[in-house]
Design a protein around this ligand. Sequence first.
Ligand code: ZN
Length: 79
Amino acid sequence: MDRQQILDLYDWALGVCFRHPSKGEVPTAVVGVIHPQACGEREVRGCADCVIAMEDIRREEAARAGSEYQPGRVGEAAG
Ligand SMILES: [Zn+2]
């Protein structure tokens, strides 16, 4: 699976990457949800580079754990 195929699994919208706020508004996907005090849920958005980096980590973790790697689920990883 190449980079573009992985990126195609996500819904993209303009936003500010949590790791690269200096880039300003770029295409981002939801990579997590945080729960700030008293204001419900807030989405954490990441740019393409960050999504790919997180997918790489998940793939390595799955390989180490002997479980099946399923791309496209970075935003669903709870905790
Ligand atoms: Zn980023």
